[in-house]
Design a protein around this ligand. Structure first.
Ligand code: S3P
Length: 170
């Protein structure tokens, strides 16, 4: 097992909850990128998107990853769009083992129903399901190709997902 584990996947797939639980099980430090970027910028992700735009946010993600290159012993939860930039995927590969939490459209809609306000890319969309479907289709192969391990998370609770990750890592 490499020393760091990175969770990637679409919004609402459970990266933060699973990451916290996994960190507890392995007694490692949990790092949530969105949270760290918000802290650094003293703005919420929505405020960053609204005032500075998506490209600015994507660059913040890259700069943050660069700082992690020499870190050891962390569970890293990433933002759902981290795989959009090839440079980010290259950095992630240098940082650790990449685990994709693969969530279906149906499961994602269910998880995000009351959470869209925190997601600038999904907020105010009339047809949430179709919006998720389109975005997930565009990103699906990027998640697949970037990951070392894939876990289907549909209908699994957090502990089940963590157990599966641990099995696949061993
Ligand atoms: C994004 C996902 C969000 C956050 C930002 C953009 C995306 O993180 O980074 O709103 O492009 O999918 P979560 O996956 O934690 O919701």
């Amino acid at each position: 097992m490499t020393e760091n584990i990175i969770l990637i996947g679409f919004m609402g797939c459970g990266k933060t909850s699973v990451g916290r639980e996994l960190a507890k099980s392995l007694k490692l430090e949990f790092v949530d990128m969105d949270y760290e970027i918000e802290k650094e910028q003293q703005m919420t992700i929505s405020e960053i998107f609204n005032t500075k735009g998506q490209d600015f946010f994507r660059n913040l993600e890259t700069e943050y990853l660069k700082k992690l290159i020499n870190k050891k012993g962390i569970i890293l939860s990433t933002g759902g769009g981290i795989i959009i930039k090839e440079e980010n995927v290259e950095l992630l590969n240098k940082i650790g083992t990449i685990v994709w939490l693969n969530s279906s459209v149906k499961n994602t809609v269910r998880n995000l129903q009351n959470e869209v306000n925190k997601r600038p890319l999904l907020k105010d969309k009339h047809d949430l399901e179709n919006e998720i479907k389109d975005l997930l289709e565009k990103r699906y192969d990027l998640y697949k190709n970037a990951s070392n391990i894939e876990i289907i998370v549909d209908d699994k609770n957090i502990k089940d997902v963590v157990s599966q990750i641990l099995v696949k890592l061993s």
